[in-house]
Design a protein. Structure first.
Length: 353
């Protein structure tokens, strides 16, 4: 007679694969990455990112504790172009500096927490030989991706400490998109592991041509959104659907060539972000409709995140870039990536069936 130990749903023993436990852990890390995206959005919108001019992996986890420590940190910031050209002439004092310092510090500390929350359990699962066959390299790659995202964050900050008054929008977009890619990878791997725990079969979902096309369209929209943030392009127009009363705004400068305008001009990038959004809407609706017969919950998640994201984008523009709305717009963008990864996985499982 079969015993409970013969079934794939039996409680995991030491030195036995534990796919469900690892899946739950990965989803927890994904929720922390989502929070990281939100805090990063606040950091960007409050112009806090350049407030900490040094990178100290361990000591940097502790904020200034004495007045002398605060004065030292403020003095380092006062040497930056951002302070000398913008905040200094505006009269920034120590109290105002402490406000922006808090968000950058919180952003960095959360990054450290995520790194530890991934690395330490991963080591424990490896020591217990609880990682299912074929997943060790995937989990290691995710750890490297998270570590690389942190390194990109410091690389981004460095771009604003010498000549510029702001960070490079290229480095900012790389930092944000790496976080969103890690979020999607965490969810995809967790869903693969849940499938393994349920069926006992080492079968992973695959990317279909439809999903790859939709993912590329969504990637372009996310890139444009990151450039809008990095160039402060959201401020160039506060009307919708027109920009400054026109379909195509007057401010586009093509004097340095089309490619430079496409990658640097805030008017053109804002314009493209607005209208490419509808291409993304069409692509994601097609994906959601394909998902619906297979998993109604995933389809609803895509539709809900997509609709909310569009409304928040419009509201953010018309509010004159309200920080609350802009942060919500970025947060729901991350939720849209998560919902899309879920839908992708549903279609990928069906493809293999």
């Amino acid at each position: 007679m079969d015993t409970a130990l013969d079934t794939p749903l039996a409680p995991a023993l030491d030195n036995a694969p534990r796919p469900l436990a690892i899946a739950r852990w990965l989803l927890l890390i994904a929720s922390m990455v989502l929070l990281m995206v939100v805090v990063g959005g606040i950091t960007r919108l409050t112009e806090s990112g350049l407030s900490i001019t040094e990178w100290e992996l361990v000591a940097g986890a502790i904020p200034p504790l004495t007045n002398a420590d605060w004065q030292h940190a403020f003095a380092l910031y006062q040497a930056t172009p951002e302070y000398q050209r913008i905040n200094g002439p505006a009269g920034m004092d120590l109290a105002a500096f402490q406000q922006i310092y808090f968000w950058e510090w919180a952003h960095r500390v959360l990054g450290r927490v995520i790194g530890l929350a991934f690395a330490l359990p991963l080591a424990w699962f490896a020591w217990k030989r609880a990682i299912p066959e074929g997943y060790g390299w995937r989990l290691t790659a995710l750890l490297a991706l998270i570590a690389g995202q942190g390194a990109l964050g410091w690389y981004m900050v460095q771009s604003g400490l010498v000549l510029r008054t702001d960070v490079s929008h290229f480095r900012l977009s790389a930092h944000l998109l790496t976080a969103l890619f890690a979020l999607a990878g965490l969810i995809w791997t967790a869903l693969d592991l849940r499938l393994l725990a349920r069926t006992g079969e080492a079968q992973t979902a695959r990317l279909t041509p439809l999903v790859l096309g939709a993912a590329l369209i969504l990637l372009i929209q996310l890139l444009l959104g990151a450039w809008v943030a990095g160039l402060n392009a959201g401020y160039v127009a506060s009307d919708w659907p027109l920009m400054q009363g026109r379909l195509v705004p007057d401010g586009i400068d093509g004097s340095r060539g089309a490619w430079f305008a496409l990658t640097h001009d805030p008017f053109l990038i804002h314009f493209l972000h607005r209208w490419w959004a509808w291409v993304a809407v069409a692509a994601l609706i097609v994906v959601a409709r394909r998902v619906k017969p297979l998993d109604r919950r995933a389809s609803i998640a895509i539709h809900a995140a997509l609709g909310t994201q569009i409304l928040l984008g419009i509201a953010t523009v018309m509010s004159g870039m309200s920080i609350g709305l802009a942060v919500a717009h970025q947060a729901v963008g991350a939720l849209l990536v998560a919902a899309f990864a879920w839908g992708e996985h549903v279609l990928g499982r069906q493809h293999d069936a």
